[in-house]
Design a protein around this ligand. Structure first.
Ligand code: NAP
Length: 485
């Protein structure tokens, strides 16, 4: 081997670490994980806002090969998830493979060497026979293009860049956006702010959060009987899958609309507020949110929900479309992420110097969300069309990692055939066209034109089946130049 490593991995979130863990389990030692930050954890390191947690139950939102009997409750909070990620990385000795403060800026396939040359922001580079990107879909905060945004005189920050040095106690806080992140921190901020003004562009369907702490007896049982813990995981998985199967049939179970509507009616008595909070699009078009304290927070006397569009911002606050100024001391943007890049700004060039950016000019596409024609031994984790609205991404990531391991086991550089990738994506878009995400709403799953780039159309199990076996017939072996005499 002439490259520095057999495998270079970009990113130390759940996906990048999963790749490292599974390589290690196979006895592979020649790999490096390049991470821009100073610690592992990805989105769970970056999101530290009050109330941050996961809306997938923890016994499923964790590695199948590293179950945790000590999850404190059904849905865990961010500090517990981050602690889990760190502990797994430590337990398996991954830190010696991690190179922190190493933001990957570019990667190019060196045809003569048959390996990737990967550059980092500090001017360094590594070479590797395979390059696995685990960039994530939700790590680049998106600030809204509001006129005068920079004129606001007070502190402002994005939910994923929470500025804990800003004391919100007694302050007038304006929050822009009301998605999965906002509904978690709004109830917390409302408790301490003098006034909280929430700017909602469109309401969400919200269902109750059925969480509870696990008892010491349950945790002891999970420790003593791994099969009992596995049974909990399996049950959560099957319940999630059943919800999607029902939606895919185009017959949303009648009980699903009553659940969020009943939740809204139970928690919000004021008919005007209810009307503002009632979506006009199909359940599931955007991510269905779970919360028990978001609606009650909106009924507090110090909270106002504004549904008029934002016209502009001034040094004093936010002006809505009616011309009313909502004075604020602090503005928090819960406006989501740039979700359509999959590799950030990383400049990736493959065979004949072709750029991934150019290949993706019409929108990112990959075969099974993992490989791209013209890019040998480049493997994407949590790539295009591998997100879910109903089940655990960790499950999807594990399935992808096993596929990549099989690809690596071929022992030669492989690139998916263009025709295989094109045919796969044509089928995929046909399947996506009949999902709830194609409905009449905006979401981070699709482009403004309506092409769904982020989500997988089927069950999580169907995806795992699709990637269960490395299908060599869809690939070509990339010939390496003969070594010089
Ligand atoms: P998001 O779901 O994309 O929500 C962004 C919010 O900002 C929406 O309410 C959106 O309104 C609003 N918005 C965007 N641009 C705006 C503008 N220019 N003017 C006014 N409002 C604007 O982002 P997020 O809440 O950060 O969540 C993103 C994803 O992260 C979630 O779907 C989920 O997958 C993940 N997440 C998960 C958890 C968890 O519990 N596992 C927690 C947090 C986040 P519209 O709806 O009208 O577009």
């Amino acid at each position: 081997m002439t490259a520095d490593y057999r495998i270079a991995i970009l990113g130390a979130g759940f996906a990048g670490l999963c790749m490292g863990l599974r390589l290690k389990a196979q006895g592979e030692t020649s790999f490096v994980i390049l991470e821009k930050a100073h610690e592992v954890g990805g989105a769970w390191r970056e999101n530290t806002y009050p109330g941050c947690g996961c809306d997938i139950p923890s016994h499923l939102y964790s590695y199948s090969f590293e179950p945790n009997p000590d999850w404190p409750e059904v849905y865990s909070a961010q500090p517990d998830i981050l602690a889990y990620i760190k502990s797994v990385a430590e337990k398996h000795g991954l830190y010696s493979h991690l190179r922190f403060n190493s933001e990957v800026t570019g990667a190019s396939w060196d045809e003569a060497a048959g390996s990737w040359r990967i550059s980092t922001a500090d001017g360094g580079s590594v070479t590797a026979e395979a390059f696995v990107t685990a960039w994530g879909q939700l790590n680049r905060p998106k600030l809204p293009p509001i006129e005068g945004r920079d004129d606001f005189a007070g502190p402002s920050f994005h939910s994923a860049r929470w500025d804990s040095s800003v004391d919100l106690a007694g302050k007038r806080v304006a929050v822009v956006g009301n998605g999965a992140s906002a509904i978690q921190f709004v109830p917390e901020v409302a408790k301490l702010a003098g006034q909280l003004t929430l700017f909602q562009r469109s309401p969400n369907w919200i269902v109750p959060r059925m969480s509870r702490p696990y008892t010491p007896e349950e945790k002891a049982r999970f420790r003593a009987e791994p099969a009992a813990m596995q049974a909990v995981r399996d049950e959560i998985f099957e319940m999630a899958e059943a919800r999607l199967v029902a939606k895919r049939a185009g017959t949303l179970p009648v009980e699903e609309v009553p659940i969020p509507l009943a939740h809204l009616h139970a928690q919000v008595a004021d008919p005007d507020l209810r009307a503002k909070l009632t979506p006009d699009y199909e359940v599931g078009c955007k991510r269905v949110l779970i919360s028990n304290d978001f609606y009650p927070a909106l009924t507090r006397p110090n909270v106002e929900l504004v549904v008029e569009a934002i016209a502009c911002m001034t040094p004093e606050g936010v002006v809505d479309a009616t011309g009313r100024l909502h004075e604020a001391d602090v503005v928090i943007y819960a406006t989501g992420f740039e979700t359509k890049s999959f590799v950030g700004d990383t400049a990736i060039t493959g065979l004949s110097g072709a750029s991934l950016g150019a290949a993706w000019a019409q929108g990112p596409e990959a075969y099974l969300g993992i490989t791209v024609a013209g890019f040998p031994n480049l493997f994407l984790l949590y790539g295009p069309n591998t997100n879910l609205g109903h089940n655990s991404i960790i499950y999807m990531i594990e399935a992808q990692v096993e596929y990549v391991l099989q690809a690596l086991a071929q022992g030669v550089p492989v690139a998916v055939k263009a025709e295989a990738m094109v045919a796969y994506n044509a089928r995929l878009q046909d399947d996506l066209a009949v999902t709830p995400w194609a409905g009449n709403c905006t979401s981070w799953y699709k482009t403004p034109e309506g092409k769904i780039l982020n989500n997988w159309p089927g069950t999580a199990r169907a995806y795992a089946e699709a990637v269960a076996r490395f299908d060599a017939g869809a690939y070509e072996v990339v010939k390496l130049p003969e070594p010089a005499e």
